[in-house]
Design a protein around this ligand. Sequence first.
Ligand SMILES: NC(=O)C1=CN([C@@H]2O[C@H](COP(=O)(O)OP(=O)(O)OC[C@H]3O[C@@H](n4cnc5c(N)ncnc54)[C@H](O)[C@@H]3O)[C@@H](O)[C@H]2O)C=CC1
Ligand SMILES: NCC(=O)COP(=O)(O)O
Length: 336
Amino acid sequence: MQPLALSGGDPSGIGPEIAARAWLARHQSDLPGFVLLSDPDFLRSRFAKLSLDVSLHVCRHPSEALSAFNGALPVLPLENKLVDEPGVPSGANAAGTIEAIDRAVTLTCTGQTSAVVTCPIAKKPLYDAGFRFPGHTEYLAHLASGNGEAPLPVMMLAGPQLRTVPVTIHIALSAVPAALNGPLILQTAHIVAHDLKGRFGLASPRLAVAGLNPHAGEQGSMGREDIEIIAPVIAQLKAEGIDAFGPLPADTMFHASARKRYDVALCMYHDQALIPAKTLGFDDCVNVTLGLPFIRTSPDHGTAFDIAAKGIARPDSLIAALKMADEMARNSKTTT
Ligand SMILES: NC(=O)C1=CN([C@@H]2O[C@H](COP(=O)(O)OP(=O)(O)OC[C@H]3O[C@@H](n4cnc5c(N)ncnc54)[C@H](O)[C@@H]3O)[C@@H](O)[C@H]2O)C=CC1
Ligand SMILES: NCC(=O)COP(=O)(O)O
């Protein structure tokens, strides 16, 4: 097995701290080995601010990571240097932040690491520096495309109590109705059903599909997308033998007994999916990208600039993301 590739995320956020705290918890959490893509001088500066006693093993090659992991945090140095300004996102760090993602993907696509795990990035500072993708999810699909067509990346929030998928992702709420269409929902459902089988080992995943409107449209009196766009896709999925049902009113599909009926909830927009997932499991929920030719997970939370370098960031969601990536890599090995 190869190590996981962990990109450091926005250096001004809590990425470096949660990476260090995850490594410090490696024994009690039974953590798979990983290599952190970052700038060693920057990490030493941040760890000193946090009074974290973490030795680094600066790797020339990711193959050194697993043997070093027990004694030191393995770091693969970036070409770009990073500045240590906790809580203040800096355009000077944009190139290094993106380099870490790029290299994690390249290492994974060339078999030198087993999966990509990403610490959080803030979108706005990257946009200001010229980054033209809404987030990791869309950027990773671009990287996966080579020179061909980009795959459809599917965001899934996965926790012990609930998995949710937003069909539309990083777009304004006002743009959602126009962006929703049958082929997009169908393609998303196909990817979800395929990857829950191949990467999560579910033989016949059950998909609950949310409506868009209140009460799933109340038979068309509160909006017609549920009847005209979503219901025909569910009929098509059923005809293909996929265990899908809905459209369900979103306000009543996430309580405990409703959740027993499905393995994943297909939601129509970002907050419909992410609010229940993060509310039920902020510390153990994982953001997974489905539909890519490689595995990618991330903690469910963001950069948390408000607590950067304060010593109170919890590594739990990153630990869950590292463990899930490792499990997915092992599942994929047994099914390919
Ligand atoms: N995977 C990614 O790259 C993600 C990036 N983001 C980005 O993060 C930035 C900030 O987003 P927010 O909405 O403020 O969400 P956030 O998750 O960064 O913070 C929300 C609240 O939760 C707290 N929090 C978050 N993670 C924590 C942890 N591990 N331990 C203790 N407390 C924690 C924060 O201090 C804050 O009070 C945005 O620019 C957004 O784009 C947001 C979500 C995921
Ligand atoms: N709200 C989820 C989020 O922003 C994470 O997005 P991504 O960077 O993983 O695409």
